[in-house]
Design a protein around this ligand. Sequence first.
Ligand code: ATP
Length: 257
Amino acid sequence: MTFLSLNHITHQYFSKQGFTKAIEDVSLSIEEGQFVSFLGPSGCGKTTLLSIIAGLLTPTEGTVTIQQQPRSQTNIGYMLQQDYLFPWKTIQENVLLGPHIQGNITEMKKEKAIQILEEIGLESVVKSYPSQLSGGMRQRAALARTLMTDPKLLLLDEPFSALDYQTKLKLENLVSQMLKQYRKTSLLVTHDIGEAIAMSDTVYVLKARPGRIAKTFQVPGHLRTLTPFETRQHADFNDLFQTIWKELDQLETESIN
Ligand SMILES: Nc1ncnc2c1ncn2[C@@H]1O[C@H](COP(=O)(O)OP(=O)(O)OP(=O)(O)O)[C@@H](O)[C@H]1O
């Protein structure tokens, strides 16, 4: 079933200097439970697109629907490059932030927070403060906080880009496993071709000025049964990596000329 649809989305920014067409006529649909990625050069409109899906921007033209309804801000979760954990709250309190804001912290919610923290491997630090954790652990806590609110759609905006390579690979595996387990529909913005292939069902390559979908790549089904780390070791991963690399390289050359 189609979960999210973008229908002919165009967006222009207006400023004193004039207007910039950030994206033009972007249409796509994402099935429930799918994981898709946006890859593209700087300025191709990735952030604009995410902001429109999140409801932070209203597109100049076109519509966004979630489950055939006009998009609503409820039930959208975020995972960003920065974890935005509150330093004065413990990890458990940070994970319970959503229910806290809603004035709805119950024993069941507390148990659920502990359960998610266990699943995510943070059971030993529930009473610790963010400053006592590594970058990877903090990002895991941020994911736990997001899952706690039970969002239907997750927007991941370069969530691993500030981490060292080994931590990033481990986190890709964990996030992928958790999102499959919780059956989330997810949308990742990244500059990393390998990460896009290893985590996604579909990879959209965007081109700039204005941002448009240049190519769509389906990741073969047999790779989708593997973990992101296993996918990266597979021969078919390299073939797809080369194809997408060439596509991006050509787009960059075209934009320079
Ligand atoms: N608030 C704004 N006012 C005017 N122009 C903007 C504004 N925000 C973005 N733009 C322009 O819109 C285009 C798309 O920007 P956007 O930030 O969405 O791209 P991006 O792909 O996310 O870039 P990056 O990978 O560098 O983060 C760019 O040309 C940018 O300069």
